[in-house]
Ligand binder design. Sequence first.
Ligand SMILES: *[C@@H]1O[C@H](CO)[C@@H](O)[C@H](O)[C@H]1NC(C)=O
Ligand SMILES: *[C@@H]1O[C@H](CO)[C@@H](O)[C@H](O)[C@H]1NC(C)=O
Ligand SMILES: *[C@@H]1O[C@H](CO)[C@@H](O)[C@H](O)[C@H]1NC(C)=O
Ligand SMILES: *[C@@H]1O[C@H](CO)[C@@H](O)[C@H](O)[C@H]1NC(C)=O
Ligand SMILES: *[C@@H]1O[C@H](CO)[C@@H](O)[C@H](O)[C@H]1NC(C)=O
Length: 341
Amino acid sequence: MAEVIYFLNKDTLIIKPPKKSPLVYRMIVLAFSMFCGVYICSICLKQINRHAKPNLVNIQITEEPGELHGTKQSDRTSIHYPKPETFSRAECADNPVRYFVIISTQRSGSGWFETLLNSHPNVSSNGEIFSIMDRRKNVSSILQTLDQVYNLDWFSSASKNECSAAVGFKWMLNQGVMDHHIEIGQYFTHWRVSVIFLFRRNLLRRKVSVLANSYDRYAKLLNGTHKSHVHSPQEAVTLSRYKPTINSSSLINDFKEMESAVFKVLTYYNSTRHIVLYYEDLMKNWAKLNEVQEFLDLPTKDLTSRQIKIHSGPLSDHIKNWNDVLKTLDGTSYERFIHAD
Ligand SMILES: *[C@@H]1O[C@H](CO)[C@@H](O)[C@H](O)[C@H]1NC(C)=O
Ligand SMILES: *[C@@H]1O[C@H](CO)[C@@H](O)[C@H](O)[C@H]1NC(C)=O
Ligand SMILES: *[C@@H]1O[C@H](CO)[C@@H](O)[C@H](O)[C@H]1NC(C)=O
Ligand SMILES: *[C@@H]1O[C@H](CO)[C@@H](O)[C@H](O)[C@H]1NC(C)=O
Ligand SMILES: *[C@@H]1O[C@H](CO)[C@@H](O)[C@H](O)[C@H]1NC(C)=O
C-alpha cells in the first residue's frame, strides 16, 4: 500500500501543471485510484487462484513435465499399488507404480524409444499389445486388456514384474485408440494414466520407412528374416539398399491425413496428463529422456538402446523417384521435409 501511495504522489507531482483546473487534477487522481484498485484486485485474485490450485487439479492438464511436481497432492493421485493376481510384488509391494501409455504412429521411433525406456530397471513397457485384433475388437476387450496390463498381470519380455515403478505399452493411432477415445479417455482419467505422445515431424522420412518396412515383410532382406529394427550398421545398410517408389499423386493427401489424425488424437486426450515428444528432438538431444523419466517420476538413469537408424543420410539416396517427389513438394508447406532429418 505504501508503495502505491508513493507512486501516486510522485506522479501527481510530475504531472501537476500550474494552470490545470482543480477538476482536471481531481480526475487524474480518480483515474489513478481506479487503476490502482483494479491492479490490487487482480493481484489478490491471482493469489487466491494459486492457493486454490492443489485442490482443483485432480486431473492433470499439462504438457510440461516441470509443472507436475509443484503439488504433492496431485502426485499422490497418480500413483498406484497394484496387487497382481499372478505373482506377489514381494519386497516392492510398497513401491508406488505409475501407469503410462505411448501413443504413436508406425515408423516414428517408438520401437527405439521403448527399448530406451525398458533399459530402466523400473520400467515395463510391454510393446504394441493392440496389434492383435482380438484385443481391440470392442471397448470391453480393450478395457479388460488395460486392466491386465496396469495390474502388472501382463507378461512380455519387457515386464520387470515386482519392482516396476512405471508400467505401460505403446499404442498406434490405427489400433482403436482413436475409435474408442471417449471410453478410453474416461479410463485414463479415472486411473490417472500418463500419456506420452511420440510423433515424427518429417512425414516424408516416415513414409520411406513405412514403405521399406512393408517391402521387407515380404522380401526378408536379412538372411530371410523380416526385421523392423536393426542392431548393426551392416544390417541398416542392407535394409536401406531397397529404395521405395513413392506415389506422388497421393503424397500430399497422405501428409494431410496424417497431420489431421495427430491433431485429432491430441484433442481427444488433451485433458489427460500428457507430454508431447518428437522423434527428431529425441535423436538430437538425449537429455529429453530425463524429462520423460521426470514425467514418470522415475529415478533418473542413463538409458540405452542397441537399435540403429536404418535410413540415415540424405533422403535423395533413399527414394527411387526422387525428382518426382521433389516436383510434387516444391512450393508446398511440405517442402521442409526434403532437406530436414
Ligand atoms: C467383445 O469381444 C470379446 C472378444 O472377442 C467378446 O468375447 C465379447 O463378447 C465382445 N463384447 C461385446 C460387448 O461385444
Ligand atoms: C527399482 O527396482 C529395484 C530392483 O530392481 C528396486 O530395488 C527399487 O526399489 C525399484 N525402485 C522403485 C522406485 O520402484
Ligand atoms: C547372414 O548369414 C551369414 C552366415 O550365417 C552371416 O555371416 C551374415 O552376417 C548374415 N547377414 C546378416 C545381414 O544378418
Ligand atoms: C497413387 O495414388 C493415386 C491417388 O490416390 C491412386 O489413384 C493410384 O492408384 C496410386 N498408384 C499406385 C501405384 O498405388
Ligand atoms: C489442448 O489444451 C490446451 C490448453 O487448454 C490448448 O492450448 C491446446 O491448444 C489444446 N490442444 C489441442 C490439440 O486441442
